[in-house]
Structures are given as structure tokens and as C-alpha cells.
Design a protein around this ligand. Structure first.
Ligand SMILES: [Zn+2]
Length: 346
């Protein structure tokens, strides 16, 4: 199996994040996650690492707002230029907004850095540091490279993306995500063939949902912790099924806290039934491992045997699949867990 990966992500490692309730904690979405996965993959002969190709900005601009991308590109240097104290000790800081634009009001500030921060960021986890923008671009290029490979070979591939992407919308960052890698890859594929996105990260894929919500050409499905108790809190409910031309082309499967293999697999079977009905040429699988029993950011109890079964059932679609890495924070188990899933697609 081809694995598209770059070391560039190491330059995105914020020194902290502001967690629920305002607690300042070490950054959960850290390079150690990738190291655990790399260690596990390197024990297997079937994994072949490839560097991503540079697809330029066009496929990313096709998904993300121009003002938002410019903000991502310049926020860090703008902040350093504004504040000599920050500029003197950049390694201790991360850019975050202190106010948020309620999207009930639509005016967009264009000059204030902090105003744009609150407009373009939905929470306090998408911390921006010096290497963030380049890392996010490279991560998207990993997903595009995997999509390109899978398109040409009709074989499944793995985009080992970091930072992840599924919480990032057209014009906002959030949930450790800046550029929506899966959405960029799926959109690129959708110009050539029929594609569906299945999101199995523990958290609702709000960014992907938003991006494709009014499109009838890409079926999007997310299975996740019910937003009534879980992040991203405001979207991912069962009654959100698309709008306009996209009505009926989005489905959420919000599941209760404590969901184990059995409950998860029942929802997965229903989701796979929907995918079979549209019979896509390609599947983009937003792959979070935070459904794992014991994940510090999750409340499900999916086990390694569960991941084996999940992988088997999804690969049973016999649809060439672009597997895009999203979340998963039980670092010690992360490598073996992703391996267990991937083995089904090799
Ligand atoms: Zn997640």
C-alpha cells in the first residue's frame, strides 16, 4: 500500500492548547501521533512510503475561501510584527483569537488580525504557529497525492495527514484542522468520477458537512459522538441531511456515549448501505481512531477487534479508497489501531 507522508508536519507543534473550560494543556494533536503510526507501519513490508507531490493552491482554493487562506498564511508573522514580547519568545506562544464572530452576523473584518482570528477560527484548538500554514498545505498535498494514485491505479492508498482536516470549513479552522484534506481530495476526484466521503472519526465532520452540504454530487456521511454531548456541539445532528441540490446527500449517525463495537457496527452497516445505493467509483475515508476504548478525547469503546471488523466491512465495498488520517489521541495504541484497519485495504 502506498502511504503519502511528509516530515513537514513537525513544524506545526503549538506549545499548548486551551481545552474545555479554559484549561491550558499540552497540545493533544502532536507529532508523537505520527511517530507511533510510522513505527507501526515500518514493521510491515506492504507499506511503501512516498513523498507528496505539490499540487499547487488551485485544488485547495476550490474548497477554501481566499481571505481565509491569506489569513492562515500571514497570521503568525502579522502577530510577531505587532507584539515585540511575542516576537522575543515565539516558541512559548500560539496565535488564538479572544473573540469569536457569531455567524448570525455576516460582516467580515478585513484589517484587525484579532478580528479576523475570531472570524476564521471556531475554537481554541486550531493554534497557529510559524509552521502551521506550510504544514497544512503539505498535509492537503498528501491527500491529493493519495487521491491521484488511487484514481490512476484503482488501488486504495493512505494519506498520513497531519494536521488533520475534517473540522475545517470553507472559511474557518477548528478542532486541530486548517485545510480540509479529505474535502480537497474528494472534490478533486469528483471532477473525474463519482465519489463519496465516509467519516469515521469520533467527532462529527462538521467542516466536510458544511463544504458539501448543498452538493448533490458527493454523498457525505459521518458516524460520531452525538453533538448533544460532544464536540463540535452545534452540528452533526441526525436531522441535518443536506440542503438545496444536496438535500438527501448528507447523513449523520450521532451515537450515544459508551457506544461499543456492536452499536458502532450497526450504524456502519446502515452507512455502507447508503454508499452502496449511490455506488461511487471512489471512497474517501476520513479516518479517526478516537473511537477507541480509552481515547482521552472520546467516549466510545471500540476495540482493536472492532477496528478489524470496521476495516473489513468498509473494504468489502470493493471501492478504491483514499484513507485520510484524521484524529486519534490514545497515542500508545494509535499505531497498532491504524495498522489493524489498513491491513484490510492492502
Ligand atoms: Zn476526532
Amino acid at each position: 500500500m502506498k502511504i503519502f507522508y511528509s516530515e513537514q508536519h513537525r513544524n506545526h507543534y503549538p506549545p499548548y492548547e486551551v481545552f474545555d473550560g479554559g484549561k491550558r494543556v499540552p497540545y493533544f494533536e502532536n507529532p508523537d501521533r505520527m511517530d507511533r503510526i510510522l513505527t507501526a507501519l515500518k514493521t510491515k513490508e506492504w507499506g511503501e512510503f512516498r513523498l507528496p507531490q505539490d499540487f499547487g493552491l488551485d485544488p485547495i482554493r476550490a474548497i477554501h475561501d481566499e481571505g481565509y487562506l491569506k489569513f492562515l498564511a500571514s497570521a503568525w508573522t502579522e502577530w510577531l510584527a505587532m507584539d515585540p514580547e511575542i516576537a522575543a519568545t515565539p516558541e512559548r506562544h500560539a496565535f488564538l483569537p479572544a473573540t469569536f464572530a457569531l455567524r448570525r452576523k455576516t460582516n467580515r473584518p478585513t484589517s484587525s488580525l484579532h478580528g479576523r482570528g475570531g472570524y476564521y477560527m471556531m475554537d481554541l484548538s486550531a493554534c497557529i504557529v510559524a509552521g502551521t500554514y506550510q504544514s497544512a498545505l503539505t498535509s492537503a498535498h498528501c491527500a491529493l497525492s493519495a487521491a491521484d494514485f488511487t484514481y490512476n491505479s484503482k488501488q486504495s492508498s493512505f494519506a498520513l495527514c497531519r494536521p488533520p482536516g475534517h473540522h475545517a470549513g470553507r472559511d474557518y479552522a477548528g478542532g486541530y484542522c486548517f485545510i480540509n484534506n479529505a474535502a480537497v481530495a474528494a472534490n478533486w476526484l469528483s471532477a473525474k468520477a463519482k465519489v463519496a466521503i465516509l467519516d469515521i472519526d469520533y467527532h462529527g465532520g462538521n467542516g466536510t458537512q458544511d463544504i458539501f452540504y448543498e452538493r448533490g454530487d458527493v454523498l457525505t456521511i459521518s458516524i460520531h459522538g452525538d453533538p448533544d454531548y460532544e464536540y463540535p456541539h452545534y452540528t452533526g445532528f441526525a436531522d441535518e441531511t443536506g440542503a438545496g441540490a444536496g438535500l438527501g446527500f448528507h447523513r449523520n449517525f450521532p451515537l450515544p456515549a459508551g457506544t461499543g463495537n456492536e452499536g458502532y457496527l450497526a450504524a456502519l452497516d446502515e452507512a455502507l448501505g447508503l454508499i452502496r445505493k449511490v455506488s461511487p467509483d471512489f471512497l474517501v475515508l476520513s479516518t479517526g481512531m478516537d473511537t477507541f476504548d480509552g481515547d482521552p478525547l472520546g467516549k466510545f469503546h471500540v476495540t482493536r477487534e472492532g477496528f478489524q471488523e470496521i476495516g473489513q466491512r468498509i473494504s468489502g465495498l470493493r471501492t478504491p479508497t483514499v484513507i485520510v488520517m484524521e484524529g486519534g489521541y490514545a497515542n500508545a495504541a494509535l499505531g497498532e489501531n491504524i495498522l489493524t484497519l489498513l491491513e484490510n485495504f492492502k
